[in-house]
Design a protein around this ligand. Structure first.
Ligand SMILES: Cc1cc2nc3c(=O)[nH]c(=O)nc-3n(C[C@H](O)[C@H](O)[C@H](O)COP(=O)(O)OP(=O)(O)OC[C@H]3O[C@@H](n4cnc5c(N)ncnc54)[C@H](O)[C@@H]3O)c2cc1C
Length: 388
């Protein structure tokens, strides 16, 4: 037994392993300089724009994008190695996470040349942050029922009215990609998917109010975002008018498949592994064995999806599967470790295991909800397998 749990090298290229080593060296230097300490679930709650900028300077944002848009033309496996190391270290990556993971790829796929040139290089530099404007107070799982509306002005601009909710980090971000109704729904069971569009909305626009919603530990990570006659220039339509449902589906494949869907609680697991190595307790060792085996299987699945995305495929069904089993695993890490250690969970604990347990427990209700609930994901998988 080693003194810490480390992820085995990915079955990938030498280039990926080289960049993995560089990231580990960078993270060790950052830790030594005191710029961050490890926390659980930092891809949601660890906002540090200066840290994001330093990643941008290293070329670790927009890694797979074309150079003409500020990207670095690296492989998906190299990007995977970077994101995995940042998550495993519990580094403060939340500021740029959504822009790098899904908004940038969405812009690359559907954006106009002007939109790409104006925004992508800033995302890759770690200077421009995005939020997801999908959920509404009465529309979460049933996303097609959204009521936020955009109407065209005579001059071809849009006026947006409505409200989005659970909008992670809107108070730190520059743009939202907002799903809006721009036309009436069509006929039939899938008719509701018609008439939806995506708009790129500058969050500093007049008429936008960003109201905090606090989570169990008191932290402010997500918000309600209210749009009151917000004017959005006509050239900020993303993709095609009326094709919003198809575009959102493509975006969700990026949102659901990454290693953050099973590594949010990895810092807790790593701390537990260190403790188990010292104590040699049989029940704890068995628990570590069970959790590690599940982690390694999940990682193989997630790596294969990363490779499919790299090939330009749209692996929405496997992405739903990895998110379902991955987030169940994240919650199980907390419950199983609590079952075998006698350490009080407290945010103020002097013991790093007690602190990590408290952070993981207080964030746990969100793991299986964010990005689509596990019940909804099971439905997607069942339909994808032709089961209903
Ligand atoms: C930490 C966190 C961050 C988030 N960040 C964002 C963000 O940045 N942007 C954003 O747009 N959204 C965000 N969300 C919102 C998230 O996507 C929604 O919470 C999620 O889609 C569920 O919607 P809801 O909360 O309205 O629940 P509901 O849709 O009301 O569901 C309630 C319960 O009913 C179940 N249910 C609903 N329909 C069905 C069905 N057809 N079959 C079986 N069961 C069903 C659900 O599984 C769930 O258990 C975030 C959520 C969390 C927790």
């Amino acid at each position: 037994m080693t003194s810490s749990l480390t992820l085995a090298p990915a079955p990938s290229s030498e280039a990926a392993e080289n960049v993995r080593a560089e990231v580990r060296e960078f993270l060790a230097a950052e830790r030594d300089a005191g710029t961050f300490t490890t926390h659980v679930d930092t891809w949601l709650s660890g906002v540090d724009p200066a840290f994001s900028r330093r990643l941008g300077e290293r070329g670790w944002l927009g890694m797979t994008w074309p150079e003409e848009y500020g990207g670095h033309e690296r492989t998906a496996m190299e990007r995977y190695a970077v994101t995995e190391e940042l998550l495993a270290a519990g580094a403060p990556v939340a500021a740029h996470w959504i822009a790098d993971r899904q908004s940038g790829p969405n812009l690359l796929r559907y954006g106009t040349e002007e939109q790409r040139r104006a925004i992508l290089p800033r995302i890759a530099a770690g200077e421009c942050f995005f939020v997801i404007g999908m959920s509404e107070p009465d529309s979460g799982s049933d996303l097609a029922s959204i009521r936020t509306k955009a109407t065209r002005t005579d001059g071809g601009d849009w006026v947006v009215n409505g409200a989005k909710v659970w909008t992670s980090n809107a108070h730190h971000s520059h743009y939202a990609i907002v799903l809006v109704r721009t036309g009436p729904p069509g006929e039939g069971p899938r008719g509701r998917h018609q008439g939806l569009s995506q708009l790129l909305v500058d969050l500093s626009s007049p008429g936008i109010a960003i109201n905090p919603i606090r989570i169990l530990d008191g932290g402010h990570h997500f918000n309600e975002v209210v749009f009151d006659d917000v004017l959005v220039p006509g050239d900020m339509l993303l993709g095609e008018e009326g094709a919003g449902w198809h575009q959102v589906t493509a975006e969700l494949a990026f949102e659901r498949s990454g290693p953050e869907r099973f590594l949010s609680t990895y810092p807790l697991l790593a701390e537990f592994a260190r403790r188990v190595a010292d104590a040699g307790d049989a029940a704890a060792l068995a628990c570590l064995g069970r959790l590690s085996a599940r982690l390694l299987a999940l990682r193989q699945l997630s790596l294969r999806i990363a490779a499919a995305l790299d090939r330009g495929e749209l692996p929405d069904v496997p992405a739903a599967l990895v998110k379902d089993v991955g987030t169940t695993f994240e919650a199980d890490v907390v419950a199983e470790i609590r079952g075998v250690v006698d350490v009080p969970a407290s945010l103020d604990s002097p013991d790093p295991l007690g602190r990590a347990l408290a952070e993981a427990q207080l964030h746990a209700p969100g793991y299986t909800l964010r990005g689509g609930t596990n019940e909804i994901l099971k439905g997607i998988v069942a339909r994808g397998l032709g089961l209903r």
